[in-house]
Design a protein around this ligand. Structure first.
Ligand code: MG
Length: 389
């Protein structure tokens, strides 16, 4: 039985991770969420963790009262998240928070020699070189939870003596596949939140609609598997059955397939290298009949293009595009900017920061945090907004 610390427990990946823990009989040692006090309280009463943390101060005060009878310690803020990430006696940190906020807890877990099951992709995009260098230094495995990266990781098993030649990173294409920029300029938040195959949180669903998600995943794959951007090809595959594939020197391509259900990649990260039964429906290829593949439309989905450019520049440029996108998506979800503006924000920040950031892999955590902040401020200026978020 393993002991799990789960950050982001009330989100989509978080709740599915808890189901996997129950399925496996793993102990939940600690939980953290942003501000969903009600669900966090339910989870704390059900799983009886030794500690919980929240990032919101009001949520902290309210939990202090509502969990007073349980003996569960209540922690607060980034300090609380980092303390849980390194919790004594725990085996795995499952980092399922959304956004850059996951970076410091990931580093804290690595320093405490905890295995990291990572679904917080922004961590690897913004500070990937820091994370991977720390993991190498401490000998800590980073196990991907993102379905595509889990697929790649699975296709690499048994091939330690072979370097992959190329990765085929699949994308569903999101709800707006086949549409052109002019049709998408003013789509509503509700439309952007309708993903055809995967049920996910709001931020990643918007990222899937702009294809920013695939751009972030391209960078995530580079960091996790030490690849150059030109080794990664994005393939739009609307059925989401092939979760990604690895091509080797001999021309052999190994793909991982399954029904689109996060239980599979989440549980593989928890049980690696073993496989255990999950709740996922078995794959019936007859039901699908045919699987299709197409090239992404980089002119409509400019976020993907900007991510590739940032990936080619390297260093802190991926951090800048990620920060720009996080701010732009927050503004869009808040009704503050049209959908089409998200891509323009990301492009604007990349242009404004061109030549000003270290393009080499050596940077510090404070440079990552400064770049993220500067990118967000550029977006707010660009959209004529002041920092309230
Ligand atoms: Mg993914």
């Amino acid at each position: 039985m393993k002991k799990i610390v789960l950050l982001g427990s009330t989100g989509s990946i978080g709740t599915q991770t808890l189901r996997c823990c129950e399925n496996l009989g793993y102990q939940v040692a600690a939980l953290a969420a942003n501000r969903n006090v009600k669900r966090l309280e339910e989870q704390a009463r059900h799983f009886l963790p030794s500690a919980v943390a929240v990032s919101d101060e009001q949520a902290y005060r309210s939990l202090k009262v509502s969990l007073a009878d349980t003996g569960t310690r209540i922690l607060f803020g980034m300090e609380g998240l980092c303390e849980l990430a390194a919790l004594e006696g725990s085996d795995i940190l499952c980092n399922a928070v959304v956004g850059m906020v996951g970076l410091e807890p990931t580093l804290a877990a690595i320093r405490a020699k905890k295995t990291v099951a990572l679904s917080n992709k922004e961590t690897l995009v913004a500070g990937g070189e820091l994370v991977m260098a720390a993991a190498r230094e401490e000998g800590v495995p980073i196990l991907p939870v993102d379905s595509e990266h889990s697929a790649i990781f699975q296709c690499l098993q048994g091939n330690a003596c072979n370097t992959p030649k190329r990765i085929l990173l699949t994308a569903s294409g999101g709800p707006f596949r086949g549409k052109k920029a002019a049709e998408l300029e003013d789509v509503s938040v509700a439309d952007a939140l309708k993903h055809p195959n995967w049920s996910m949180g709001a931020k990643i669903t918007v990222d899937s609609a702009t294809l920013m998600n695939k751009g972030l995943e391209l960078i995530e794959a580079m960091r996790l598997f030490s690849l150059r951007p030109e080794q990664i090809e994005v393939v739009v595959h609307p059925q989401s059955v092939v979760h990604s594939a690895v091509e080797y020197a001999d021309g052999s391509v190994i793909a991982q397939m399954g029904t689109p259900d996060m239980a599979i990649p989440i549980q593989y990260a928890l049980t690696y290298p073993h496989r255990k039964p999950t709740s996922a429906r078995p794959l019936s290829l007859f039901e699908y009949g045919s699987l299709t593949f197409e090239r992404p439309d980089m002119e409509t989905f400019t976020c993907l293009k900007y991510c590739r450019q940032a990936a080619e520049k390297g260093g802190l440029y991926p951090c800048a595009v990620n920060g720009a996108n996080e701010q732009a998506v927050a503004l869009f979800l808040d009704g503050g900017i049209p959908f089409g503006q998200i891509g323009r924000c990301v492009g604007h920040v990349l242009e404004q920061m061109d030549g000003k950031l270290p393009a080499e892999g050596r940077y510090t955590l404070s440079q990552v945090l400064d770049t993220d902040k500067a990118a967000r401020e550029l977006v707010l200026d660009f959209c004529g907004r002041t920092a309230k978020m």
